[in-house]
Write a protein that binds this ligand. Structure first.
Ligand code: SF4
Ligand code: SF4
Length: 332
């Protein structure tokens, strides 16, 4: 039987040891139901998750809740929304108690004197034309000014089919302002015409993602294997979907048999009581879900399957390293 040691040379084994020491236990928190944008295809608003619960407004309740989460074993708080930066005090309550990542549209700057090393992920949906169509404005124009050169910020570039042929250009703009970029694919939850993926488009976007990684290795935080799994939705002969998804809220996970999954993962609504089904929306069709983090986690929780060969295990390591970098468990 293959073992990790037997499959890796010394260099890869060191890389493996570095990530095997990490014991990441993440959960996701809706910081607020409000946002300063209304993007077409936003899973939060399109599935009415903003109406699922009334957000807690008492700062003391947020602190108590976060303390309980820490006791539950969470060591990575992923803040989403709505737009978290509308409530800096809530972000600070997390940041003071847990390793914290803040997703944002980048229109309001996280003050670095208050949050010196918090990882910030700015959502970007493409070039100015696409951004205006889907999000009502060119968000990059503002976010790139707010964060240019920031060492703890990256763009989370959600690629749409309309971006084909333009990926390189978008990545270059990010590289030019001295920031990192990670890529995922739009799931088109609101069925916007022309924004659903065909198989041919998925093959093309994979090539373009590979090319961007090769051309901008300093800026693109990614892995070719991640591109493969995300665009084919197949890993080790298995197809991604509800039965395989690792990012289901643990107390709501009634699947049988249970797949390998994120331990203790919960996605909490902003009332601090309600749970959402998974890391995206409960109304999303799992058969077309393109969520990048769910695919990454899917690879990560399935280490044993990747002990088939040296290449498979190295692929697994590259995805784990990518995740660890994106959430500041490893330096870039
Ligand atoms: S900025 Fe984010 S939370 Fe706000 S509407 Fe757009 S996708 Fe949704
Ligand atoms: S919508 Fe995506 S993230 Fe949510 S359960 Fe389905 S596959 Fe998983």
């Amino acid at each position: 039987m293959n073992t990790v040691r037997s499959l890796l040379d010394d260099e890869w084994y060191e890389r493996y040891k570095r990530i095997s020491r990490l014991n990441i236990r993440s959960s996701i928190y809706d910081v607020t139901d409000r946002c300063n944008l209304r993007c077409k295809g936003c899973f939060f608003f399109s599935s009415d998750e903003h109406k699922a619960a009334r957000e807690e407004k008492d700062p003391a309740r947020w602190v108590e809740f976060i303390e309980r989460e820490r006791e539950r074993g969470v060591n990575l708080a992923i803040l989403i929304g709505g737009e978290p930066t509308l409530y800096m005090d809530r972000i600070e309550a997390f940041y003071k108690r847990l390793p914290t990542y803040c997703a944002t549209n980048g229109q309001i700057k996280v003050p670095r004197d208050r949050f010196p090393d918090m990882m910030v992920g700015i959502s970007l949906w493409g070039d100015p034309e696409t951004e205006k169509k889907l999000r009502g404005r060119d968000t990059f124009a503002v976010s790139s000014k707010n964060y240019a050169g920031d060492p703890y910020t990256y763009y989370l570039y959600t690629i749409t089919p309309r971006q084909l042929g333009r990926l390189g250009e978008v990545v270059k703009r990010i590289d030019d302002v001295g920031l990192k970029v990670h890529m995922q694919l739009l799931s088109n939850d609101e069925g916007v015409d022309g924004f659903s993926w065909t198989e041919a488009q998925l093959a093309q976007v994979r090539d373009e993602m590979d090319a961007a990684l090769e051309r901008y290795p300093r800026s693109v935080i990614s892995s070719r294997y991640y591109h493969e799994v995300l665009t084919t939705r197949i890993m080790m002969g298995r197809r991604f979907g509800w039965q395989e998804c690792p990012s289901v809220t643990e107390p709501m996970d009634t699947r049988s048999p249970q797949p390998r999954r994120l331990i203790r993962f919960i996605r909490w609504a902003a009332d601090l009581k309600t749970m959402h089904r998974c890391c995206t929306s409960a109304t999303r069709d799992c058969t077309t879900c393109m969520d990048g983090a769910a695919h990454m986690s899917w690879v990560m929780v399935n280490k044993r399957e990747h002990l088939r060969s040296t290449q498979d295990l190295q692929n697994w390591i590259t995805v784990y390293e990518m995740f660890a970098k994106l959430y500041r468990f490893l330096p870039w």
